[in-house]
Design a protein around this ligand. Structure first.
Ligand SMILES: Cc1cc2nc3c(=O)[nH]c(=O)nc-3n(C[C@H](O)[C@H](O)[C@H](O)COP(=O)(O)OP(=O)(O)OC[C@H]3O[C@@H](n4cnc5c(N)ncnc54)[C@H](O)[C@@H]3O)c2cc1C
Length: 333
């Protein structure tokens, strides 16, 4: 490939940020575009009048040595710490303590702290949704929702969920086909007036896997995250089937039903509720894991590439690896 100097990255989630950071460190001129108000994508956190809630990724594991090195640097800097320290599991209707098999980490005080720190030295154009892309000669021009054009890019990285990437690439002459389906997830936040009573035999829990619930798969107590302290604030995640079946339901009804499902599986009465709400992730996690890919897709003649968790699997670490491997491939030409 020719030397690539000006690179556009569409999507400021973990994958896009990881690619952009490595390319910037290698001396490339990188601009990132994201439709959201802040970077982070599915790792973003919500701060409202009732406190701080993580409604997307709840924690992440660290297995790859390069990712471990990357995380250690942010741990030393104070934007990442281990969490949940104390796990519970509800299986066959019983609550049990569950020591985590692998260390798990969270941003400190919330997941967004990591993507905020990662994006800090970079140029991110927020609230810019790219609606089309055109290649003229050897450069790309992007157009956003306000019909503003951004031109002069030698290469474009599309780092967004596969179904959204497929839509953006429609009409472009390319052999890249992001065909992975992604499952939805309803996520509910709830602020209680008092502390939860603990199940008997468990003194405290930070996060719980809810395997017997027909509705829920996870409950996390946000105030137990490193750097957070007060106020009983739960995040509840619905399982794939339930989320799919209730995808178009109203958010307030979804929140009520998910809280009721939590009460149905929790072995103590819940405290009074101060406030609650629900967020729908239409593309939460990839349904399949692609085979025989290096963790990204590149088309050299058109100078177009794709990365994201869906190129490996639905985890924060996979998203980082996808972006970082793509950047290495682009720098190695
Ligand atoms: C509810 C939930 C729970 C999860 N739990 C865990 C967990 O516990 N552990 C774990 O490891 N992983 C978990 N995950 C998965 C994890 O969040 C993802 O694997 C990872 O964050 C994906 O990063 P990404 O960069 O590939 O995509 P994203 O984070 O989706 O980033 C894509 C970005 O692209 C932007 N974008 C999209 N279209 C456009 C456009 N046209 N123009 C401009 N910008 C655009 C979006 O705003 C977004 O910021 C969870 C995900 C969800 C939703």
């Amino acid at each position: 490939m020719d030397f690539l100097h000006n690179i556009a990255v569409i999507g400021a989630g973990m994958a896009g940020l990881s690619a952009a950071r490595a390319l910037q460190q290698a001396g490339r001129n990188v601009q990132i575009f994201d439709k959201g108000r802040r970077p982070g994508g599915r790792m973003s956190s919500r701060h409202n009048d009732h406190g701080l809630f993580d409604l997307g990724a709840q924690y992440f594991t660290v297995r790859d040595p390069e990712f471990a090195q990357f995380i250690t640097a942010f741990e030393q800097q104070g934007s990442v710490a281990r969490w949940p320290g104390i796990m519970a599991r509800q299986i066959d209707g019983q609550w049990q303590a569950q020591p985590p098999e692998h260390p798990r980490y969270s941003g400190m005080p919330s997941m967004a702290a990591l993507t905020d720190a990662l994006s800090e030295p970079m140029k991110v154009h927020q609230q810019v949704r790219i609606t089309s892309m055109t290649r003229t000669g050897s450069t790309w021009t992007l157009e956003d929702q306000k019909e503003q054009q951004w031109s002069g890019f030698d290469h474009v990285i599309v780092a967004i969920p596969a179904p959204q990437a497929a839509l953006l690439l429609k009409g472009i002459s390319t052999s890249l086909r992001p065909q992975t389906n992604m499952s939805p997830c309803w996520s509910t936040w709830v602020r209680f007036r008092g502390a939860l009573d603990m199940p008997s035999g468990i003194e405290n829990w930070h996060g719980a896997l809810l395997e017997s619930s027909p509705v829920l798969r996870w409950a996390g107590r946000n105030q137990t995250r490193p750097g957070q302290h007060e106020g009983e604030r739960l995040t509840l995640l619905a399982n794939d089937d339930w989320s799919d079946k209730h995808l178009e339901d109203a958010a307030d009804q979804v929140a009520d039903r998910m809280i009721k499902a939590f009460q149905d599986c929790y072995p103590a009465p819940l405290p009074a509720i101060d406030a609650c709400g629900a967020h729908r992730w239409r593309y939460a996690q990839p349904c399949q894991t692609p085979e025989n890919t290096p963790g990204y897709l590149i088309e050299k003649p058109t100078q177009l590439s794709l990365c994201g968790d869906w190129c490996i699997d639905g985890r924060v670490e996979a998203a980082w690896l996808s972006g970082s491997r793509l950047a290495q491939a682009l720098c190695g030409q």
